[in-house]
Design a protein around this ligand. Structure first.
Ligand code: UDP
Length: 384
């Protein structure tokens, strides 16, 4: 018997619940259960909590989001926000992103009135003027069924070819025609000068970072955390129930096929050039990077004392190139069908619930992630 399994045989007992993964999903479940008098044992394969929202202050006093920029956004009355607000204060921050054009200028993303003025080199007198121009360049007859058609219907081919198709292809590693419409539809067009990335009424960053927020959520007498601990098949048997934030296809030895994921390689560079215009610049051309982020422009970061700054470049890649670093579930009609088979099969499991991005094979923003996992925890509480 492997050493870790033996350890769990001793630690586990049928009054405790096992949570695999100390990211936002697993942490939300653990907190809700702990507050309802359930003892929770968490295992986490990494040497830190927080999953992909993990952040830290580096030696230059900048707060780095290790797995790419995460901005919290939702309706200001959202219940998941009230829940998270018990564990952190917030710094308001309206996220802004610009795309680098081939002539070296940058332009707002998502597309707004200024974006079209930049690209077509013209001025609109008002919103109506802009709307009628957009309606002429896009294909309003299409009822979009995939991400490529969404671009054509929403902004037309010229803008799609400059801002969306090459970016989407390198981001996801497949043609946007194969991608479910939900991916492209995350960015909607704005008919005014609003250059915020999101439309939500609440947009912010945790004052002391996401890691501190997660640590506060995990700080409960009924929660015990084991870092650097890999899940092994069989561990779940020693607990009353197991919530598994891990790839569902791997758990079942890929019996219905492999679920596709896109991974990201993060390249940190120390630069002394001028500040970026906004914290994130997207590269929408065919180059290999998708975006760069200047961390000290976020309002919950410190500023480096010298005139240097850390800029992280993101390069999408396959899971083979970055083993075990699961980031984006690639949502196609084929992958949805494969996932449905795993989902139906897992319904027979009475003592296991799959959670998180890889357990649910779902591309989830932070607030929906909290909402979904609060529900999962409360459903479990109702049924025991
Ligand atoms: N997208 C694009 N160009 C951009 C930004 C986004 O084509 O400059 C597309 C791309 O397909 C991306 C999707 O819009 O995957 C959703 O973008 P979002 O910023 O929500 O992605 P995330 O921040 O989750 O990587």
């Amino acid at each position: 018997m492997k050493l870790e399994l033996l350890y769990f045989l001793i630690k586990g007992n049928n009054k405790k619940v096992l949570v695999v993964g100390a990211g936002l999903a697993g942490t939300t479940i653990a907190r809700v259960l702990a507050e309802n008098n359930i003892k929770v044992e968490i295992i986490e394969k990494r040497n830190h909590v927080g999953g992909n929202v993990f952040d830290f202050i580096n030696s230059h006093n900048e707060r780095i989001h290790k797995y790419g920029p995460h901005i919290l956004h939702c309706n200001k009355n959202d219940k998941a926000l009230s829940f998270l607000s018990r564990f952190t204060e917030w710094v308001n921050y309206d996220h802004k992103v610009r795309a680098l054009l081939s002539d070296g200028r940058t332009t707002p993303i998502p597309v707004n009135k200024n974006t079209i003025e930049h690209i077509f080199n013209k001025r609109f007198v008002d919103e109506e003027d802009f709307k009628s121009f957009i309606n002429n360049i896009r294909d309003m007859k299409i009822i979009p069924k995939n991400t490529d058609e969404f671009f054509e219907a929403n902004v037309g081919n010229k803008i799609a070819d400059i801002l969306f198709r090459p970016y989407t292809k390198k981001m996801w590693g497949i043609d946007p025609k194969e991608l479910n419409i939900g991916v492209g539809a995350r960015l909607s067009i704005k008919f005014n000068d609003d250059d915020r990335y999101f439309n939500d009424s609440f947009q912010a960053l945790p004052k002391e970072g996401y890691t501190k927020m997660i640590e506060n959520m995990l700080d409960h007498i009924n929660i015990n955390i084991n870092l650097n601990t890999n899940f092994q098949r069989g561990m779940e048997l020693y607990f009353k129930h197991a919530f598994l934030c891990l790839p569902i296809d791997k758990f079942y030895s890929f019996k219905f096929g492999v679920l596709p994921y896109r991974s990201i390689i993060f390249e940190e560079r120390i630069e002394s050039s001028e500040d970026l215009e906004v914290p994130v610049i997207n590269f929408t051309d065919k180059s290999s990077y998708t975006r760069k982020t200047q961390w000290n422009l976020f309002p919950n970061s410190g500023r480096s004392k010298k005139d240097i700054k850390t800029i992280t470049y993101e390069k999408p890649c396959s899971l083979d190139e970055n083993p075990d670093e699961y980031y984006y579930p690639v949502q196609t009609s084929k992958s949805r069908k494969i996932y449905q088979k795993y989902k139906s099969y897992s319904k027979n499991e009475k003592k296991i619930t799959f959670c998180g991005r890889t357990g649910l094979f779902k591309y989830i923003d932070m607030i929906p992630a909290v909402t979904i996992h609060q529900r999962i925890a409360y459903k479990y509480l109702r049924e025991i």
